[in-house]
Ligand binder design. Sequence first.
Ligand code: ZL4
Ligand code: CA
Ligand code: ZN
Length: 387
Amino acid sequence: ENGIQRPKGYTVSYHANPEMEKMHFGPKHPMKPWRLTLTNKIVLAYGMHEAMDLYIPRAATSQELKDFHREDYIEFLERVTPIDNTWDPESGQYLFNTGDDCPIFDGLYRYCSLYAGASLDAARKLTNLQSDIAINWSGGLHHAKKTEASGFCYINDIVLAILQLLLHHPRVLYIDIDVHHGDGVEQAFWSTDRVMTLSFHKYNRAEFFPGTGALDDTGPLRNDSPGAHHSLNVPLHDGIEDDQYIKLFQDVVWPCVHNYQPTVIVLQCGADSLGGDRLGCFNVNIKAHGACVGFVKKFGLPMLVLGGGGYTARNVAKAWAYETSLCIGAEVHPHLPAHTPYLEHFGNEKTLFPKLDSTNRYENKNNRVYLESVVMGIKEQLRYLQG
Ligand code: ZL4
Ligand code: CA
Ligand code: ZN
């Protein structure tokens, strides 16, 4: 393709290690690293690689992983194999919360150190000013905790990348549009005012993972803790539609940027917030999901763009390829290039923007009054920042 030009006046770096894509969580597990292959094939088929600096990231060292995670947990990940007995008879649980959601598979430690290494490399490209927008679709694993795995996440690459950014930046804004609550990142920076975390997610304490992220969970309750009012949550119900989602995102993100004045933004682009996702429950189309990326880009701040969830692989790949094009500011043809490999995996949908069909829609449980009350709640928290 001839249309894809390098962006004028800024640099986009793309961090992707093909070694990750062969990894398997096990039969029927929803997380499929292979969706990254599909994403990269579309990116390449459009010729977007001509417009970016491409890096094959190195694996993070165990020392780097220990900048956030506890030593014994990293040593466990380093040595476990699928045939180990990882059952702890004392607690009656698998060690470090591994099990069905977070299985021990072949190459697990390699997988973890590769996606973490990619996010660290991407963050470092931003801090040494070699890149203005750094993309790692293999990262964004927001549930991992200091001492345990959670929700398909083992290492919290986002926390590690933000720690790297904090060496050079006074204030980091973290925005998370995965359909799940970004609990691991929120928890890691709960008591600091140098990171503001903002997650949009489906919220139902009893029924939807991880059950945290209510509107009034905003940081430590003591008003004299620096972290007070610096964790923001946008809890949503099933079935939110494109127009509502875009307006809500803009109505919330703009005042956050205006009041907090971040010097860098980390955007987790979990694609399970798309309509038709195997685990998600929203009615958001790829253009609306991408509109969030486009809106954040317009602030002109350095940006770390990460993946996350996304369980209907063909949609994940299209969304992330489209969002790559938005990062480089390139217009891409809505038809997938004829030479896109694996076209058979996209069924009859050779368009970048498949329309959500009625059989995959969730009834919309978000009305205008509810969404307005959420925006009010966020603005109320932001008023405390003026002090
Ligand atoms: C599966 O089919 O809600 C894992 C997980 C494995 C294969 C065979 C095992 C069958 C759905 C999910 C038993 C699976 C039981 N296999 C899983 C409370 C739960 C306890 C575990 O996008 N069972 C836990 C995690 C969520 C729970 C969502 C999102 C990550 C992210 C960022 C993580 N956990 C109930 C589920 C299957 C499986 C089928 C599954 N797990 C769906 N939702 C969960 O935010 C990357
Ligand atoms: Ca989220
Ligand atoms: Zn998710």
